[in-house]
Design a protein. Sequence first.
Length: 297
Amino acid sequence: MNNIKQDFTIKDLENISGIKAHTIRIWEKRYNLLEPQRTDTNIRYYSHQNLQKLLNVVLLSKNNYKISKIAKMSDEEILQHSREVAFTMAINDEAINAFKLSMLQFDKVLFNTTYNKLLHKKSFREIFKDVFIPFLNHIGLLWQTDTLLPAHEHFISNLIAQKIHLSTESLQYGIESTEKTYVLFLPENEIHELGLLYLNYELVLRGKHTIYLGQSLPLDNLNYFFKNDRELCFITSLTIMPFDDKIDDYFSEINSILEGTKHQLIAVGRKTDLLRAANFSSQITFHSSVSDLLKVL
């Protein structure tokens, strides 16, 4: 029943930490930094605690701690020093590593402290583009290699979503007196909303009037918005839903809803590549990513 991954191969450790398996083995043999267990067939595997320790070691080694000095520290000292480094570090790669540690250790304090340090050096837009996007891309790779716990992704995604909400709320003024309203929603059973949340932030930042509907919206709800006189631009984001074999039917239904109106729909996400050659009578356009869409808005 419990399919959450608790043990990791050395390849998993390489994928997550960015340190080559060969180097990990050297650290293990020469400095006894990690204590792997072995299967009945003598294959090494590493615990979740081993993974956390390795990430802390990597953080320290990238911040002028010699590996020989780290090896003499207790596990508690390594954790303490790595948190001190994370709290006082600079930007980008170091911040991404700190967020990675925060995710794997369910450490909200580390996440918030790292984020607040970034805010002294970068705007929220810069943090999202320079740090959160590369970090989220890395999470995606970890999902592909089956090295990430579902609980970790939920934990960190919720923390990032909170920051987007707070940043958006701070902009809720100076809305343009425009006739166009942007209505943002996700398909039914789609829960991956960070990209859509950030797009809503960018629209509000530009003075646009938005209505954010969020996750898992039935398409028949869109008709409700036709009752006012505003021009509508619906925006949806596709990560896992609809399934590939259902995507044509999904957009055919959207086309029929919008047909004969002045309203339009923009769909964002890699799944839109499946629809590039489609011919719709309504105003439906596709963009591979939020970044691509922002270039033309």
